[in-house]
Each structure stands twice: as structure tokens, then as C-alpha cells.
Design a protein around this ligand. Structure first.
Ligand SMILES: Cc1cc2nc3c(=O)[nH]c(=O)nc-3n(C[C@H](O)[C@H](O)[C@H](O)COP(=O)(O)O)c2cc1C
Length: 312
């Protein structure tokens, strides 16, 4: 079973995947949070290069993800990525990330299967490296997926990663795994599953229902519990010492990268990770008002000393 790290803007960037690999071993593959392609003829900008710089991704199998509906920009970016040594490029469809929606950067392609079909034809023909796609089932209703799936099946995708919710679900309700099963049965290319895998039981029931499952992408589950990959392979949950080390490495790596803003990045991580502790509310209270790095470190030291881990 191939296990990969999901793209999560502001969360699973180059710092997170490097620290995670050092502390818990590399997952089989990592996807970068989406980057916008540069204008044709230009190079990737500074923020994108932090994600894409091969040196920062050394030792990891990284697949860059692009967010665009422009075939020329996609093809140009794919050329740049191929020159950097990447062997696959992923197209993000319908990510409901706050910044994407707020800045109107959503590609809109989930709304328009004909435009999607045309774009995929174009980019698959022109990209020098294989193209994979990450999708939801549609915008508002599951019925939209039939036409999208038909469009996907016309093209030689490297892989289709399915998060079986619609965009309007955000993360509410449960993923409709049957739509993933339908994709597995019909697609002429490899298919991956993504959505709500938080424990070995979640993976077990997915694989029982869909034994052909070969690739599972992990997002919030592994951000919250960095030992999740190990547990899915039959290993032990994280000890307190392992969590502490992971936390410290992550914080210091963010400090080196973004200085004082590291505290805010870590607070976002805690919003996923507080559930590792028996009293998540105590964790939240401890860090809520903290702004400065030294206050943050003191608050976290108390959490690790005083709040026991939740049973797993
Ligand atoms: C904060 C946040 C940022 C995300 N950013 C991206 C992104 O850049 N590209 C993308 O395709 N999906 C993005 N997603 C969606 C995740 O990759 C994934 O599909 C989703 O979290 C469901 O998987 P999970 O249940 O394992 O978390 C994001 C999700 C979250 C919560």
C-alpha cells in the first residue's frame, strides 16, 4: 500500500514534510500544497521556489501540485518542473481552501466538465512529465461526478486522486466511498483514495470494501498524529517523547524559516494535534493567548508535562 502526504496549503509545506520524514520516516510520496504557475516565459517566484527547490525536498518523492485553468501556463510550469527533475505534476481541481476561494483562484473546472475535458487533453499532450489529478466529486451534488469521471477517463492520467466529497461539503459529513469504488472499477489509470483516514480501523474498512486500493493519501489525520503512517503499517502510536521531538523540530524549523510567525503556524498545527492529548481543551487554553516565542515555549512545556496523552 502506497501512503502519501496530502497537499495542505500553509500546513504540509516543505518544512513539515522534511521534519515529518526525519522524525517518523518518509511517506512513499508527498504532494506540495498548490502553487500557481508563473507566466509563460517567467521563472517560479520566491514562495513557490521554497516549495519546489529540489534541495529542500532531497530524499523525498515529491509531486508538485499546480492550480490553474490555463493550459499554456500549466505546460510551461510542467517544463520548468521537468528541468528541476520532477517526474510527475499534479493538477488541483476544486480545492475548498479558504485562500483559494477568497482570492477567486479556484479553477472553476469542476463546474464545467467540457472545459475540463479540453484542458486535460491539452495538458496531457503538452506536459513533458505525466499529469495526475486530485479531485472532489463536484461542487454541490454527487450526481455531478458522472460527467467529470467520463472526462477523466478520456485521458492518459498518471493517477486520479479522489476525495469523495463535493466542494460545498468542505469537510462535513462522510466521504462517499462508493464514488471512489466506482472510479477504481472504471478508470483506465491508477486511482488513489483520500479522505478521513484517521486510524488503522478507517484504513481497514476502506480496504475491506475496496480491496483493489493501492494508494491512500493522508491529510488531517497525519498532521494531527504524525505516527499515523507507522500505525497504518502495524506500528506503534507516538510516545510522548516522540511527539515532543516532532513538535520541537517543527517549531524550530518554522522559526528558522519565518521567525516570529512560527508561533502562529504552530497554533494551526495544534488545532489538528490537540486531540493527541486526553484534555484537548486544556491544550487550547494553554496556547490561546500566547504570542511570543518564549511564552509559547513555556506554555508548551507545561502541556507536555501536565496533560496526559489520549489513549489510542
Ligand atoms: C488547511 C487545508 C489546506 C488544504 N490545501 C490543499 C491544497 O493546497 N491542495 C489540495 O489539493 N488540497 C488541499 N486541501 C485538501 C486536502 O489535501 C485533503 O484533500 C483533505 O484534507 C481531505 O483529506 P483528509 O481527510 O485526509 O484531511 C487542504 C485541506 C486543508 C484542511
Amino acid at each position: 500500500m502506497l501512503l502519501s502526504l496530502a497537499p495542505m496549503e500553509g500546513v504540509t509545506g516543505s518544512v513539515f514534510r522534511r521534519v515529518h520524514a526525519v522524525c517518523f520516516g518518509a511517506l512513499d510520496r508527498c504532494y506540495t500544497p498548490f502553487v500557481a504557475p508563473p507566466r509563460v516565459g517567467s521563472a517560479f517566484g520566491g514562495k513557490a521556489m521554497k516549495e519546489l527547490d529540489p534541495e529542500r525536498n532531497a530524499g523525498l518523492d515529491v509531486v508538485p501540485q499546480l492550480l490553474t485553468k490555463d493550459a499554456d501556463e500549466f505546460a510551461w510550469a510542467a517544463e520548468l518542473l521537468a528541468e528541476m527533475g520532477y517526474r510527475e505534476v499534479n493538477l488541483n481541481l476544486g480545492c475548498p481552501s479558504g485562500t483559494v476561494v477568497a482570492k477567486g483562484r479556484d479553477s472553476g473546472l469542476l463546474r464545467d466538465p467540457a472545459a475540463l475535458d479540453a484542458l486535460l487533453g491539452d495538458v496531457c499532450a503538452r506536459s513533458p512529465i505525466p499529469v495526475s489529478v486530485k479531485t472532489r466529486l463536484g461542487i454541490a451534488g454527487d450526481a455531478e461526478y458522472e460527467r467529470l469521471l467520463e472526462a477523466f477517463c478520456h485521458h492518459p492520467l498518471a493517477e486520479l486522486i479522489v476525495h469523495p466529497r463535493v466542494r460545498q461539503d468542505f469537510y462535513k459529513g462522510v466521504p462517499r466511498q462508493a464514488a471512489y469504488g466506482e472510479t477504481l472499477a472504471r478508470a483506465p489509470f491508477p486511482v488513489a483514495y483520500n479522505g478521513d483516514i484517521f486510524s488503522p480501523d478507517d484504513l481497514r474498512s476502506l480496504v475491506e470494501a475496496y480491496p483493489a486500493t493501492r494508494h491512500v493519501m493522508l491529510g488531517r489525520g497525519i498532521v494531527a498524529n504524525p505516527a499515523l503512517g507507522r500505525m497504518l503499517r502495524g506500528g506503534q502510536p507516538a510516545t510522548l517523547a516522540e511527539l515532543r521531538r516532532f513538535h520541537d523540530e517543527l517549531f524550530h524549523a518554522y522559526e528558522a524559516e519565518i521567525g516570529g510567525n512560527a508561533v502562529f503556524r504552530m497554533k494551526e498545527w495544534w488545532s489538528y494535534a490537540e486531540g493527541n492529548f486526553a484534555d484537548p481543551l486544556a491544550v487550547r487554553r494553554a496556547i490561546r493567548k500566547v504570542r511570543k516565542a518564549n511564552e509559547y515555549e513555556a506554555a508548551i512545556a507545561r502541556v507536555f508535562l501536565q496533560v496526559p496523552l489520549a489513549a489510542r
